[in-house]
Design a protein around this ligand. Sequence first.
Ligand SMILES: Cc1ncc(COP(=O)(O)O)c(C=O)c1O
Length: 297
Amino acid sequence: MFLALSAYLGPGDEIIVPEPSYPAYPEVARFLGAKPKFIPIKFLGPERGFALDIEKIEEAITPKTKVIVVNNPQNPTGALFLPEQIDEIMRIAREKKVAVLVDEIYDNFVYGPGFKSFMTFEDWRDYVLYVNGFSKTFSMTGWRLGYLVIRREVAKHLTRLAVNIWSCPVSFAQKAAVAALRGDWEPVKRMVDLFRRRRDLIAKKLREVPGFEVWPSEGAFYIFPRVRKVLDETGMSVEEFVEHILYNKYVVTLPGTAFPDKAGKDFIRLSFATSEEAIEKGVERIKEAVEELLAKK
Ligand SMILES: Cc1ncc(COP(=O)(O)O)c(C=O)c1O
């Protein structure tokens, strides 16, 4: 991400970040002197989930805009954007001559229909800065290995930058990655099936929590319930609410506002990259906390 953005962003430039989002995109942009423009992702309700606001994204483009970010499947919402929305972003990129930073690191964690990769566009080289990594699909989080796919002329320059920052990824991580890619994909499939079960379980359990509006995530391993009703009834901010759950019930969740800017203020993020037993216990405790808080009012 850093390499890709350093090639396209400089002081005064703008980058469009649909949010809530993974925090690195706006942070790297700011480091490079560019300005993130946050466009809220729309929550269409517990039946329909999340969608990019194509109109607002298009409206936000100015002559200074260099990059639009699309993370699909998305952290933290668990959204899987419709293929038509991906087509629309590509149309905007072509018409306005802007690049798209495409982060498809959760591309194997898909529970809904219709994942469309930006790499399926024949002209991806003209617009797409594609990032992916080994952390999620191969559970190699600690190995610190990701990759950027970008047109050859740009890669040539970025290779010089990479060589002078970290020389190269450590050799054993590279060997592990080759083994992962050449290896049997059965364990990955089994893991994703397991995650689908966990997704079903966490969605079902969260629906039993009073005041939570739950859309079952369609990708990644996060679920992002809307908790506005609980916040309104208790007078808590989302940060106070997650701290309360942490210190009183020992369950870690993140406030939606950890994914800057502000669009996440009505939501909390839960990860279901854990056992079914932990999910049952964790959500049970969240439910207890909410019931106690509401009873006090
Ligand atoms: C959307 C997204 N992109 C990229 C990453 C980076 O993963 P890593 O630093 O493990 O390569 C993450 C990690 O959570 C993520 O959620």
